[in-house]
Ligand binder design. Structure first.
Ligand SMILES: [Zn+2]
Length: 406
């Protein structure tokens, strides 16, 4: 038996685990999951959890459900040595609404196979990751390879809305993982963390007047216009400079505007919402203060106007795991062993990973599928991508929990 020190497992063990992955069973399981319309809202995942239990119960996992709201069980399935170090997989079972059904060529909940892909809402986000995690874990169990640690597969509700499923699992299930692999669409690349969010609402207050007598008022929409121009000129060039070796640059996008009451009334209030995404190293309070300063200066010369800048939701810094840590190395090692990408990246969207990272648990994001296909009509994931991720999850867990690296 050869020892492969670079990846932390023996070739023979890896081959036993890979041989335990059944491609047809894996893709049929993904199809069965897509056929469960776990749309959030309302976010009922009872049937999706039931579907996950079939292979997990069958492989002998200890399966528990932790329910945080009616119709919202969160699945935790464990395998291995409960006295050893624990690794957690995490992905989500809820999906976003389908939008305008006429925009779909494939049935949104058909799980249809065409062009080497599985189509449907959630095919990629996030049931491809759920599938790969569950079937990767099942392969590890079926292989019979002994583990010194324990794998905890957590598949949760409410990722697309509140994150309450992941939070509940962390609090109720008594998990104590040394690392978490969160399944989201990374195109099979290893994301060592995720960007932060510090959304900002800017409201300019002016003075109302008859639309025919605008000099009597202070037009808040015009005030916001000054703010937007100032953000474009002063903030955007700065953000473009805030690059990071693994992440896309820091960003801000004005995504909502609200102002005006009537065609012939000078508006006394106008607000915008800026979707602000942070790279590691940026402080949410500082990034909000920076926008506040620009907004205040933009309207300083405008008579009768004032501005309020606030964070409507909790602002959260970016997360990042140690690129040289065991978790990252195991995932990269698994990818390398399988001939997949070993390039590190950062995830641009928010994931449930932030709830684990906020508790000091090293967290990475890895999964099949393209994030650009999430939340759109005719969402799909490649069959090969799902099978590749299944293998990679299983081998990463083998590296971290097996005896080959001892
Ligand atoms: Zn997702």
């Amino acid at each position: 038996m050869t020892e492969n020190k670079a990846v932390g497992f023996r070739d023979a063990d890896a081959q036993a685990v890979l041989a335990a992955i059944d491609a047809d069973e894996t893709i049929a399981f993904l199809q069965s999951l897509v056929r469960v319309p776990s749309v959030n809202p309302p976010g009922d995942v009872v049937e999706a959890v039931r579907a996950c239990r079939v292979p997990l119960d069958g492989a002998g996992f200890a399966v528990q459900e932790y329910t945080h709201a009616p119709g919202k069980p969160n699945l935790v399935a464990t395998w291995g040595n409960q006295d050893g170090p624990q690794l957690a997989f995490n992905a989500h079972l809820d999906v976003v609404p389908i939008g305008d059904e006429s925009a779909w060529q494939y049935a949104p909940f058909g799980g249809q196979i065409a062009n080497g892909r599985v189509y449907g809402r959630g095919a990629g986000d996030d049931k491809a990751s759920v599938t790969a995690q569950v079937m990767g874990a099942v392969a590890l169990a079926r292989s019979g390879v002994p583990l010194r640690g324990q794998l905890a597969v957590t598949e949760v509700a409410d990722e697309e809305t509140s994150g309450d499923g992941a939070i509940h699992v962390i609090e109720a299930a008594g998990l104590n993982p040394f690392g978490v692999i969160v399944g989201e669409q990374t195109l099979g690349r290893v994301a060592i963390g995720e960007k932060g969010t510090a959304g900002v609402k800017i409201t300019v207050f002016g003075r109302t007047a008859h639309g025919a007598l605008p000099w009597e008022g202070a037009n808040a929409i015009e005030g916001i216009g000054h703010v937007i121009v100032a953000l474009t000129k002063e903030l955007q060039p700065q953000l473009a400079q805030r690059t990071h070796p693994y992440f896309k640059p820091s960003s801000a996008s004005v995504n909502l505007i609200d102002g005006g009451v009537k065609a012939n009334v000078v508006p006394d209030r106008c607000s915008i919402f800026i979707d602000r995404r942070l790279v590691p190293g940026e402080d949410p309070a500082e990034t909000t203060a920076e926008i506040r300063l620009i907004a205040e200066q933009a309207i300083a010369g405008l008579p009768g106007m004032s501005v309020v800048v606030e964070n409507p939701q909790e602002a959260i810094p970016a997360t990042m795991s140690d690129p040289d840590g065991a978790l990252v190395k195991a995932m990269v090692g698994a990818n390398g062993y399988l001939g997949f990408s070993t390039e590190l990246t950062g995830f641009s969207m928010a994931t449930d990973g932030r709830h684990f990272a906020a508790r000091g648990i090293p967290t990475i994001i890895y999964g099949p599928g393209d994030p650009k296909l999430a939340h759109v009509p005719d969402e799909w994931v490649g069959i090969d991508e799902v099978l590749d991720a299944t293998k990679a999850y299983a081998l990463a867990a083998l590296a971290l929990l097996g005896t080959g690296g001892e």
